[in-house]
Write a new protein. Structure first.
Length: 217
C-alpha cells in the first residue's frame, strides 16, 4: 500500500508538471500573439497617418492648381470627389481591420484618389507657368514623398500581417488562437492596373476636318 501511495504521488506530480508546462506554453504563445497583433495595429496606424498626410495636402494643392488660367476643371473636380470618397470610408485608425471587405473598400477609395492625383500632376505638365510656381513645386515634392511613404508603410503593414498570420496558423498555436479571438488579418493587395500609367487625353477639342482640294475644271 505504501508503494502504491508513492506511485500515485509520482503520477500526480508528473501530471502537475505536465499541466504547468502546458500552461506556460499556452501563456507564451498567447503573449506572442498579443505582441504580433500590437505590431499589426501599430503598422496600420502608420498607414493611416501617411494617408491622412496626403489628404491634408490636397486642399492646398487644388487651390494652387485652380489658380492657373484655363486649368481643366474636370480634373480638379475628380480629385475633390475622390478625396471626399476617402473621407466616407471610416475605419479605426488604431486597430487594423479584421474584415477583408472593409480593407478592400478602403483600398479602393484610396486607389481612386491616387489615380486622380496622378492625372492632375500629368495634366499640370501642360502649364509651364504653374510648374514654375514655387508653391506648386513644394506641394508636388511633398506629395511625391508622401506616395513613397505610403508604399513603405503598406509594405511594413503587410510584413507585420504576414508574421501575425503565420503565428495564428502554425501548430500548436492554431489550436487555441481562435479560442482567444485571434483571427488572420487581410493584406493590402496591389491595385488592379497599377503597373500601367494613368491614361490622359490631351485632345480637348475635336480635330478640324481635313479640307479637300476642289477639282480643277
Amino acid at each position: 500500500m505504501k508503494t502504491f501511495g508513492i506511485g500515485c504521488g509520482v503520477v500526480l506530480l508528473l501530471l502537475l508538471f505536465i499541466v504547468v508546462i502546458a500552461a506556460l506554453a499556452i501563456a507564451g504563445s498567447y503573449n506572442r500573439l498579443v505582441r504580433l497583433q500590437q505590431s499589426v495595429d501599430q503598422s496600420w496606424a502608420q498607414v493611416q497617418n501617411v494617408y491622412q498626410r496626403r489628404a491634408d495636402l490636397i486642399p492646398n494643392l487644388v487651390n494652387t492648381v485652380s489658380g492657373a488660367a484655363n486649368f481643366e476643371k474636370s480634373t480638379l473636380t475628380e480629385v475633390t470627389n475622390a478625396r471626399a470618397s476617402v473621407g466616407r470610408v471610416q475605419l479605426d485608425p488604431n486597430k487594423a481591420p479584421a474584415d477583408a471587405a472593409q480593407l478592400e473598400q478602403f483600398q479602393a477609395a484610396q486607389g481612386q484618389l491616387s489615380n486622380a492625383l496622378s492625372r492632375l500632376l500629368v495634366v499640370s505638365e501642360r502649364y509651364p507657368e504653374l510648374r514654375a510656381t514655387q508653391n506648386f513645386q513644394n506641394l508636388q515634392a511633398q506629395l511625391e514623398g508622401t506616395e513613397n511613404r505610403i508604399s513603405v508603410e503598406r509594405g511594413n503593414f503587410n510584413s507585420a500581417v504576414q508574421e501575425f498570420n503565420t503565428a495564428v496558423r502554425t501548430f500548436p498555436t492554431n489550436l487555441f488562437a481562435s479560442m482567444f479571438g485571434f483571427q488572420p488579418r487581410p493584406f493590402f493587395e496591389a491595385q488592379a492596373g497599377a503597373e500601367k500609367p494613368p491614361a490622359v487625353n490631351f485632345n480637348f477639342g475635336s480635330p478640324a476636318p481635313a479640307t479637300t482640294a476642289a477639282p480643277t475644271p
